[in-house]
Write a new protein. Structure first.
Length: 497
């Protein structure tokens, strides 16, 4: 049988001789999986095995879904004010433990500690937003739609929802998902990335400390098999996915075919158009920060710059600025960018040796100039610290380059011209547009609105769309009359005349 640790025991610590196994969370208990198969979680700066993630068995997965299904009965009827208060406490606890969370992220994912704090903070903002769920989840009411008859709609939770996460934001992306889902009254099964599951476990611990009842949030681990089980399970009503297009389109097709709602945020190739009138210093800083921050492993990282006019003066400044960046372990205070997640990425791009971390997956900031649209490096998402530079003769040509790209996550323009900015805003086919802003990720009162190949589904993550995704509408028509109206039976379609 599974070895049960007490429900209050923390996720694994590192003071054991062999790497600790990451537990599942089922019905409020952290349980070691029975599975003999595990995947190593590797510190990308050192290759140290931090922990081992089990390939959760099908029986354990079913137990997690069943715990979520049972918990839904009472959680959906728990007053929304109580559900909000759990979030209010959770945001306080995340603030309390932000350093621990950030260190875990840097250890498992590699990003710098400062950037890891950003990962936590951008997720925390979604928790804060969920504290106002009663207002966000409000229905509508029309009085007297016919004599003595009122109609109103309410937004009800769906039941058990599931989330499947990528490696690049180990805290923010789980926090895009479960806080909104559970505050709407759903229960949840979370499948963290097998590359860095630690932050999800820590957040689940905090959610339980904040008062989330047993079974409302469950965690299972694994890769394709567990994901397919999520897509097929008839007790799961909705699936939130963030990750690559290969996985995302597979999950979208399979879970939709099983009748589920799916929101699937996928890959990107985010462009910036730089006009000749753009502020030089501010633009160079923005391009370098957005291109190489988090070692280029953000879905909203800038991967392509299209300079309108001659790019040479811009390129020399860009190279100068990129050369000044420090590549180091994310735990080192001077690090600007840490390692990339895996050695496989290194096969595609250039390795850099860092003293003291000779085994790390380091890639220096890389600028590829003179790139054409038919080149492989342009067509595919690289997801590393690589900035592709192109030229266009006019704003029209630059916009048409961006619009021909299959992805539509983010796009920015740098200019001093309001007319150019307005043309860009109107004609660009990206869901998230920046005007002199390099990474235009909306805060949680808006939604994350990638489009084209960067998104499948119709209801985006967080904001109003996120609440709509995790709720379904029920519309009630009521009639209360003191006395029967004595008009007899009519079989005609009721109308309000
Ligand atoms: P990934 O697709 O490899 O993994 C994401 C999740 O899907 C993991 O939990 C993994 O176990 C699972 N998975 C992977 N392949 C699968 C398959 N064939 N079948 C079923 N499940 C599978 O993505 P990643 O490498 O962890 O993350 C990087 C990708 O995520 C990039 O493409 C990036 O652009 C994208 N991303 C997008 C957004 C966004 O909001 N648009 C945000 C972050 C990351």
């Amino acid at each position: 049988t599974a070895t049960e640790s007490s429900s209050s025991s923390p996720p694994p610590s590192s003071d054991q001789t062999s790497p600790p196994r990451v537990p599942n969370l089922i019905g409020g208990s952290f349980l070691d999986s029975k599975s003999p198969s595990t995947i190593d979680v590797i510190n990308p700066a050192t290759q140290e095995v931090v922990s081992q993630v089990p390939l959760t068995t099908l029986d354990e997965f079913k137990a997690a879904v069943s715990a979520a299904k049972n918990a839904f009965r009472s959680w959906r009827n728990t007053p929304i004010t109580t559900r909000q208060r759990v979030m209010l406490k959770l945001q306080e606890l995340i603030r309390r433990d932000k350093d621990k969370l950030a260190l875990n992220i840097t250890t498992e994912q590699g990003k710098t500690l400062k950037d890891a704090h950003g990962d936590v903070f951008r997720g925390l903002e979604v928790v804060e937003h969920a504290c106002g769920m009663a207002t966000l989840q409000m229905g509508e009411y029309v009085s007297n739609v016919a004599h003595g008859i009122d109609t109103y709609s309410i937004r009800e939770p769906l039941g058990v929802c599931a989330g499947i996460c990528p490696f690049n934001f180990p805290a923010m992306i789980p926090l895009w998902m479960f806080p909104v889902a559970v505050t709407c009254g759903n229960t949840f099964v979370l499948k963290p990335s097998e590359k860095d599951p630690g932050a999800s476990l820590m957040l689940a611990e905090l959610a339980m400390e904040a008062g989330l009842p047993d079974g409302v949030l469950n965690i299972v681990h694994g890769t394709n098999d567990i994901v397919n089980a999520i897509c097929d399970d008839e007790d799961i009503k909705a699936v939130s996915f963030v990750g690559s297009n290969t996985a995302g389109m597979h999950i979208y097709a399979r879970a939709s075919a099983a009748g589920k709602r799916v929101q699937s945020n996928m890959g990107a190739k985010n462009h910036a158009i730089v006009m000749p009138d753009a502020n030089i210093d501010a633009t160079i800083n923005a391009l370098v920060a957005a291109g190489f921050g988090a070692a280029g492993q953000r879905c909203m990282a800038l991967s392509t710059v299209v300079f309108v006019g001659d790019s040479k003066p811009w390129l020399s400044r860009l190279v100068q600025s990129a050369k000044a960046l420090k590549v180091n372990s994310g735990t080192e205070p001077d690090a600007d960018l840490g390692p990339v997640i895996s050695k496989q990425v290194l096969l595609l791009i250039f390795f850099k040796s860092v003293p003291g971390y000779e085994n790390g997956n380091f890639v220096g900031p890389t600028i590829l100039a003179g790139v054409r649209q038919d080149m492989e490096c342009y067509k595919e998402e690289i997801f590393g610290p690589v900035l592709i530079c192109m030229e266009a003769d006019s704003l029209e040509e630059a916009i048409s380059i961006v619009n021909r790209n299959k992805y539509g996550n983010g796009g920015s323009i740098f200019t001093a011209s309001g007319a150019a900015a307005r043309k860009f805003q109107t004609e660009i086919e990206c869901g998230q547009v920046g005007i002199n802003v390099p990474i235009p990720v909306p805060l949680p009162f808006f939604s994350f609105t990638g489009n084209k190949a960067s998104f499948a589904g119709d209801l985006n993550f967080y904001g109003k769309a996120g609440v709509n995704f995790y709720t379904q509408i029920k519309t009630i028509t009521q009639q209360w009359k003191d006395l029967p109206d004595g008009s007899g039976v009519s079989l005609a379609m009721p109308t309000s005349q």
